[in-house]
Design a protein around this ligand. Structure first.
Ligand code: ADP
Ligand code: MG
Length: 337
């Protein structure tokens, strides 16, 4: 929604807001007044607050009935991960209007799963995808178009078409990460993005905020970031997947299965709807465990990373037999199911 559509906002104010990185009403509505005062140089907090409230009123999102909420949840979609076992664990796949967190040690398969989702998100909904584009915020420089190309072609899909529909945004600092997210509202609407990936959400925050005394500031900033991500997911009915690093726990509880814990503390724990712990298993297999979910039971599954991306550990033959024959008539090949 254009800034000029807010009551009392003329061309000059809209321009000033845009210069401050607030591109549209959706972004303005989720910007804290204190931040807006600094960014757009408002003389006092009250005037900044007034315009944020006007943006919220323009969106009409202050009060909704439970029925409206129910209708919104009915629009939720799920996207396949390529593994039936992992989909089942996730209650059917990666969900829109929610943040899914992938956490694990180095080489546990977080980025590989993200790259797989870059491909599956493109599949039509009837084949288990979102039928939309992907926006990936790459903070570690690990995005690999070669790997996406490989996964797409190994699954009989058109790699060129898929690569055209993935927008890469290289992120250099935590400030840059915040700035890019503000601009994502407009970009995602324009490009019909159905999946936003942040790989990884935490690396710049951990790298820049060193020492105990900076922890509060870091967590505050991360909190704001996560809330904006969730708003993006809800407003545009898209799925958000973030990856998170594991950090060693200085005080592991007796009997605890995890000697490591997810970085980001309570902020990430509260902001993410589904948290998945990834671990390397035997013979190159990967173990995924859902923990800390408000609606999914805790559970584990095994999958593997292959040239085709993410697959079940069952052999190819058994998967083919389980597939419904009518699916073979569709021009677009589903990835496993
Ligand atoms: P991280 O959790 O650090 O993001 P990655 O997702 O980058 O980890 O996983 C890297 C691992 O993925 C490699 O160590 C390798 O085991 C596996 N892998 C990467 N590409 C392939 C491939 N083409 N075939 C099979 N396994 C692969
Ligand atoms: Mg990675």
């Amino acid at each position: 929604m254009e800034l000029e559509q807010i009551e009392g906002v003329g061309k000059a104010t809209a321009e000033r807001l845009r210069k401050a990185g607030i591109a549209n009403v959706e972004t303005l509505a989720v910007t804290p007044a204190r931040e807006l005062k600094e960014k757009a140089e408002y003389k006092d907090l009250e005037s900044a607050l007034r315009i944020v409230e006007a943006a919220r009123a323009a969106l009409g999102s202050n009060f909704v009935t439970a029925w409206e909420h129910w209708q919104m949840t009915q629009k939720r979609m799920r996207c396949t991960t390529g593994s039936r076992a992992l989909n089942n664990l996730l209650g059917g796949g990666i969900e829109t209007q929610a943040i899914t967190e992938l956490v694990g040690q180095y080489a546990s398969g977080k980025t590989q799963l993200c790259l797989m989702l870059c491909v599956t998100a493109h599949l039509k909904p009837e084949n288990g995808g979102f039928g939309g584009s992907v926006l990936i915020f790459d903070t570690e420089g690990t995005f690999s178009s070669e790997r996406v190309h490989q996964i797409a072609s190994q699954n009989g899909l058109n790699p060129e078409e898929i690569l055209h529909n993935i927008i890469i945004s290289r992120v250099y600092t935590s400030d840059h990460q915040m700035f890019l997210l503000d601009n994502a509202f407009e970009k995602c609407a324009e490009e019909k993005v159905k999946l936003v990936i942040v790989d990884s959400v935490i690396s710049h925050f951990r790298g820049e905020f060193l020492g105990r005394e900076t922890l509060a500031e870091r967590q505050q900033k991360l909190n704001l970031y996560m809330h904006k991500l969730l708003r993006l997911a809800e407003i545009l009915n898209l799925a958000v997947v973030v990856t998170n690093q594991a950090q060693s726990d200085p005080t592991p509880q007796y009997g605890s299965q995890m000697a490591d814990r997810p970085a980001g503390g309570n902020i990430l724990a509260h902001a993410c709807n589904t948290r998945v712990w990834l671990k390397r298993g035997k013979e190159g297999k990967r173990v995924a465990r859902v923990f800390d979910s408000p609606c999914l039971p805790e559970g584990e599954c095994v999958f593997r990373i292959t040239e085709k991306g993410i697959e079940d550990v069952e052999d190819e033959e058994s998967i083919r037999i389980k597939q419904k024959p009518e699916k073979q008539q569709q021009e677009e090949k589903p990835i496993t199911h």
